[in-house]
Design a protein around this ligand. Sequence first.
Ligand SMILES: *Cc1c(COP(=O)(O)O)cnc(C)c1O
Length: 374
Amino acid sequence: MNNLIDSLVPDNIKTLKAYKPGKPIEALIKEHGINKAIKVASNENPLGPSPLALEAAARELEKLHIYPDGDSHDLKEVLSAHVGVSTDELIFGAGSDELIDLIVRTFCKPGQDQILTHKYAFISYKLSAQAHNVEFIETAVDEGYQVDLDALLEAITPKTRVVFLANPNNPTGQHIRRPDLERFLSRLPREVILVMDEAYYEYAIDSEGKEYPNSLTYRHETSHPLLIILRTFSKIYGLAGLRVGYAMADCAIVDYMNRVRRPFNINRVAQAAAAASLQDSAHVEQSRVVAHQGTRTMVELMTNLGLKAYPSLTNFTLVDLGKPVDSIYRQLLNLGIVVRPLGPWGLPDHLRISVGTSEEIDSVIATLSKVLGS
Ligand SMILES: *Cc1c(COP(=O)(O)O)cnc(C)c1O
């Protein structure tokens, strides 16, 4: 039976490895018989969603028997005003993750085109490329995990259809600076689609002295290539459980992606909560402060433990334990702490740890210190 099923599946699907999400807190509590656990594995907002989003979500519950607006019209209007992009240049996905897949399905010819990114990039790019049988090319980064944009340009071939860049990148936390991005944009061939994945944009923007670029600025410059900018409600807006992300791009790009998109991909609770969360700028600001203070504290405390921790403009930190992390990851799990081991990303000595509340950070660092010393 298994042999028969195996023989029916194309090679690119056979060799695909399912995405391994951070262990849900409920599962951990059940498996280990503990009563409290801390999950700092998926870059979620420790403050939760805005109260405005919760109220809006609750109001939708009695309408659950009615299909959502397939065009997310109201959310689109609110978002359009918020970001200053017209409604026909916006498209929503069930998380920006769905949009990554949609871009591959819309623009890449299986078995012909190539997708290009760098090593240790966000893992969804690779999974979508492989699922749709599109060749996937990764270029080198430097020893601090900074992207080598020249290496990317050199790797471009006539087959390169899409370049994916997360800025800042997950899991390394590194960001591309404005002058470097501008130079890259001016040299990228016009027929290559550049996807700027800005899942941490709201954390990174306006960070002093960091030259973090807002790629929306480059959208209408005709000398520049085709840009698709991805952002999400999963990170700073604290709505990861509802799955809403969006893309901003030329209306012709959006039009094609809309033809491929499933009609009711954004549910009505998600549409209402996302729209409401845009009204709560105080919650966003507070979330940003918590993340920046948190990453700074974590880097400092982990450096004190003798570890190499990488500062970032995001709500997480990459840490190098200098040896394979498997046993430490499991010991932390046994003590009720979920972090993200980065073996699947090709970084077997590294963990990614998200910012929690200050009590959570203290607890995570104390437990890590105990496990490392034992
Ligand atoms: C979290 C993340 C996403 C996807 O988030 P969604 O929940 O699917 O919106 C996309 N890109 C990067 C770099 C991320 O870290």
